[in-house]
Ligand binder design. Structure first.
Ligand code: IMP
Ligand code: MG
Length: 172
């Protein structure tokens, strides 16, 4: 049997997102910003972050697969859904749920940088720095967390638990 232990409450998440929204506003005074959501885990973070910002933003989605059904990365990254727009000359903030090994984001950043955006920044709600295999420069971090498997607020385990309001540790 597995159980859930709240690590970050819905209230803490919302308060931190307001702060990150203000930081992104401050860094992009010229607007508009393209917020690129990495499906599916970052969907709730994207929705709340976009509404925490005062600068005009546009939202786009990109699909990447790396994890499959397990708790550790397969190490393989694949683009499963590309952007519907060209981003050349635009300010971009990639919106991610969690940076773990860094494999996903280092791959995606390479792909997006080739498309010559005006600027390219990363916002992640969670960061597990202990497990980093590839260096990634993250501009906005919600919370640094220890090396534990978490679910909720978009994060899943084999597609379950995404819709929890809190971020919880999934314990066996
Ligand atoms: P990375 O490529 O190892 O940095 O993995 C990033 C992706 O793995 C994230 O976008 C998540 O989808 C998934 N992931 C990493 N750690 C967790 C976790 O603790 N819970 C749920 N998904 C995770
Ligand atoms: Mg993800």
């Amino acid at each position: 049997m597995s159980s859930l232990r709240v690590l970050i409450s819905a209230e803490q998440i919302q308060a931190r997102i307001q702060e990150i929204g203000a930081e992104i506003d401050r860094d992009h005074p010229e607007g508009p910003v393209y917020l690129i959501c990495i499906l599916k885990g970052a969907c709730f973070f994207l929705a709340d972050l976009a509404r925490a910002m005062k600068m005009p933003s546009r939202i786009e989605f990109i699909g990447i697969s790396s994890y499959g059904r397990g708790k550790t990365s397969s190490g393989e990254v694949k683009l499963t859904k590309d952007l519907d727009v060209t981003i050349e000359g635009y300010s971009i903030v990639v919106v991610e749920d969690i940076v773990d090994s860094g494999v996903t984001l280092s791959y995606l950043l390479k792909v997006l940088a080739q498309r010559k955006p005006k600027s390219l920044r990363i916002a992640t709600l969670l960061d597990k720095p202990e497990r980093r295999q590839r260096p990634v420069d993250v501009d906005y971090v919600g919370f640094k967390i220890p090396d534990e498997f978490v679910v909720g607020y978009g994060l899943d385990y084999a597609e379950d638990y995404r819709c929890l309001k809190d971020i919880c540790v999934l314990e066996e």
